[in-house]
Write a protein that binds this ligand. Structure first.
Ligand SMILES: O=CCCC(=O)O
Length: 500
């Protein structure tokens, strides 16, 4: 266990999994300042643990450790890296229940979703255990006689991972598994709300046998986050930065990285549209939309935000969706039967409330929900559906990041595509129709990095994840594309004697 215990009994089968110190160079350490901060359970608004508040003065030691570890870890064979990832994967799966409990306390999500997140997250450790052994250069036929051209893929170096609070286990594993498969080392900065699961994963990485310094985790507060992130981006030993979060912060980090020409992966905001056509299977569309919107209380970058419904089925679809939404059980994440938990940050409540008020005052109809919930002192909001939404409402242009869905009517396909694309974002778009030609047209014409065709679920280890436009660049997960983000391609040119 770390130096301190949790403030409440977390009910862990293995209390060793609770780690509340930073992890640097294989040691569990305090911040140089000696300061700690509280981690709040969103389901009760009460602190349940504390962590060291790492700041810029703690950055160099972590990066130096990762740099020193890189000198050795880069020489590990693909098979050695694959075996380490596979061991980590096994330990994560074996400890799923305990990790899920910590995750519920950190995020407020229901236990059933926390377990699902760990299954999803362990998909990355398993997938990248395989990818480690599939890194390949190429040989190119040369135009000049006697010349041979070939490429070699090598790890880029120390990576800084800036991790969000909405899927803290999945997002850190999506980045770390890729980096470790490539032969890189990492300094991770979890979100201030959710540092504990990252520390548990670091503990399991140590148990799996990753050498000291390969994985370093720096918890910090919201106050220290901008400066610490800037220090990581600008540290000369850091060669790549991977960030998941808002477009606003992504642009700031991009500026920090520009001076050092750091390679950057940005997985940013969504404001994702969904198009439901008259010929869709309405049950299928509703059953896809409920988790797509209300998973993690709507706090997902790929969550549905704006739903455009063709006029012929608008009323029928709206009432079916409202009925299925009313079946959700909002409650404390660890309570039996909870299917939607608290929002992770209290500011989220105000944003949803202000969008609901704005919609109502502009002629929107609340079909279900619409209010904050007074439950357990936690950050709860009812799952909410607004009908008769119009382009002038805030929900038409602002990403909600909460449990609110707005239904907009439309008549023609061209019109729906135009409004769906009328955003600076381009992460994911979804469409529901049984017309195959239309599906194909939509796949080509919707402006997003990922398109769900009769599905709302497209996140998986084998699928390249990432957006276009203001939703960022670079892909995470999937074959080749993700791992290439952590590799350099070195070109060799060779001349045969007597033929140059
Ligand atoms: O919120 C961002 C990630 C969501 C996902 O990986 O499905």
């Amino acid at each position: 266990m770390g130096d301190r215990k949790p403030l409440i009994d977390l009910g862990l089968k293995d209390p060793e999994l609770f780690r509340n110190n930073a992890y640097v160079n294989g040691e569990w350490v305090e911040a140089k300042s000696g300061k700690r901060f509280e981690i709040i359970d969103p389901g009760t608004s009460q602190p349940f643990a504390t962590c060291p508040d790492m700041s810029t003065e703690d950055v160099d030691a972590a990066v130096q450790a990762a740099g020193a570890a890189f000198a050795t870890y880069r020489t590990y064979t693909p098979l050695q890296r694959s075996i380490l990832l596979a061991k980590w994967d096994t330990l994560i799966r074996e400890n799923k229940e305990d990790i899920a409990r910590i995750l519920v306390h950190e995020t407020g999500k229901p236990l059933i979703e926390a377990r699902g997140e760990i299954d999803y997250a362990a998909g990355f450790t398993r997938w990248f255990a395989g990818e480690a052994e599939r890194i390949q250069g190429a040989v190119y036929p040369a135009a000049m006689p006697g010349r041979r051209i070939f490429t070699l893929k090598q790890p880029i170096g120390v990576v800084a991972a800036l991790v969000p609070w909405n899927f803290p286990v999945a997002m850190i594993l999506r980045k770390a598994s890729t980096a470790f498969a490539a032969g890189c080392t990492m300094v991770a900065k979890p979100s201030p709300e959710t540092p504990l699961t990252s520390l548990t994963l670091a503990y399991l990485a140590e148990k799996a046998g990753f050498p000291k310094g390969v994985f370093n985790v720096l918890p910090t507060t919201l106050d220290n986050t901008p400066a610490l992130s800037e220090a990581l981006c600008k540290h000369p030993t850091v060669k790549k930065v991977s960030f998941t979060g808002s477009t606003r912060v992504g642009k700031i980090l991009s500026a920090h990285c520009a001076g050092g020409l750091k390679k950057l992966t940005l997985e940013l905001g969504g404001n994702c549209p969904v198009l439901v056509f008259d010929d869709a299977n309405l049950e299928q569309a509703c059953d896809a939309l409920i988790p797509l919107k209300f998973r993690n209380a709507g706090q997902a970058c790929i969550a549905a935000n704006r739903v455009y419904v063709q006029r012929g089925i608008y009323d029928k679809f709206a009432s079916l969706l409202a009925e299925k939404t009313r079946a959700l059980r909002v409650g404390y994440g660890l309570d039996e039967g909870t299917t939607m938990g608290a929002l992770t940050v209290p500011q989220g409540l105000d944003k949803v409330a202000s969008q609901v008020e704005d919609a109502k005052s502009n002629g929107g109809t609340v079909l279900t929900g619409g209010n904050k919930l007074s439950l357990n002192n936690g950050f709860f909001f009812e799952p909410t559906i607004i009908a008769n939404a119009t382009p002038s409402m805030k929900i038409a242009s602002e990403e909600t990041f909460g449990p609110l869905l707005a239904l907009f009517p439309f008549d023609m396909e061209e019109e729906a595509v135009k409004v769906a694309n009328d955003t600076s974002m381009g992460l994911a778009s979804y469409c529901f129709t049984k017309n195959v030609d239309r599906l194909w047209r939509l796949f080509e014409n919707l402006e997003a990095g990922m398109i769900g065709l009769n599905t709302g679920n497209m996140s998986s280890a084998e699928s390249p994840f990432g957006g276009i436009k203001d939703s960022g660049y670079g892909k995470e997960s999937g074959k080749d594309v993700a791992i290439n983000e952590y590799l350099i391609t070195k070109t060799g040119t060779f001349s045969l004697e007597g033929q140059y």
